[in-house]
Design a protein around this ligand. Sequence first.
Ligand code: SF4
Ligand code: SF4
Length: 334
Amino acid sequence: MQTYITQQNLNTLLDKLIAEGKRVVAPRISAGTPLYEPLKNSGEMVMDQLPRRSAKEAFFPVCEDIMSYEKEGQQITLKDIDPAAFPETVLVGVHPCDAAAIPVLDAVFSWDYRDEFFLERRKKTTIIGLACTQSDDACFCTAVGLSPAEPKGSDLFLTPLEGGGYNCATYSDKGEALVAGNNELFSEPGGAKPLPLAEPQTAKFDLKKVKAWLDEHFEDPAWDSIATRCVGCGACAFVCPACHCFDIVDEGTEKAGKRRKSWDACGFWKFTHHASGHNPRDMQPKRYRNRIMHKFKYYDDKFGQTPCTGCGRCIRLCPVGIDIAAIVEEISKK
Ligand code: SF4
Ligand code: SF4
C-alpha cells in the first residue's frame, strides 16, 4: 500500500502511540550524541542523523537480566524474567542499513536455539524505516547490494518528499495495521518528487570473489598486514547493526544474584580463551580475521548472504583507523 503522511501527522501519530503506552524508539540526541532511544514526545526525534549505535538495541540490549536467584538455608528460589511483559514498541526513523540488519539477527536468534528474549521483542515491534538523503565517506550500503531506499526489514517505509512529508509504503501486516488503525493521519500520495537520495561512493564489491578468496586463505600473510594494528577494543562489534555475540554470566553472591546476558565481541582476547589457558585466537590478527571471515564467509556459508549492511559505523569509530570497506576492496583485487 502506498500512502502519504505530513511531518506534523507523523509527530501526531508518535505522540498518540506514546500516550497509548507504547514504547516509541527513534533517533534522538542523548548527551550530545544521536542514539536510538525511547522518546518522551515526538519533538525529541531527529530524522537527519545516523545514530552512533545501531537499532539492534531495541531487541538485543547491551545487557539484560534473564533470571535471578535467592538462597535461604538449603532453599534456592529461581525467578525467570517473563518476555511476555516486554512492551509493544514502534521503532521509527530506522535507516536502511539498520533495518536490513534486523532479518540478519532474526536468522541467528531463531536458528538452532530460539532466543525468546530477542524474538518476543521482535514480535512486538513495528519498524518504520526512513530513506537516507545524506551519506558520508564511510557509508557503503550500495557496495554490499543495498541502497539508501532499501525497505528490507521495514514494516512501513518513509521516503522524504520535496515540499515536505513522506511517501509511505507498507511491507508487512504490521505496517498495514499501523496505517489502518490511524488512517485519519494518512492521505493519498500527491505525486510530489522524493528528495534526492544519499550517494555512497564505494564501488560495488564482488562478494562472490571476496568469499572465494576467504574460502582458500584462512592462513595468509595478508592477515598480519591487515590487522596487526587492531587493538581489540571491540568498538566495531558493539556499533555494528548485525553483530550478535553475547556472553552469559552470573553476578551476585552465594545468597542472591542475577544471570545476565551481555554483548561480547570476537575482537576481545578472552572471547576464545579456554579454561585450560589455551587460546586458539592468541594474536590480534587472528581475531580480526574472524571478524572479516564472519562478515564475508561464515554467515554466508550458513545463511546465504553477507550480514554487513555497509553502515560504515565500524570505520567511523575504529580508534586505529581500520577500514573494513578498504580491506574488502583489497581482498577483491587479490
Ligand atoms: S561490519 Fe561495519 S560497516 Fe558492516 S554493518 Fe557492521 S558496523 Fe556496519
Ligand atoms: S574498532 Fe578497530 S581496533 Fe577496535 S576491535 Fe574493531 S578493528 Fe580492532
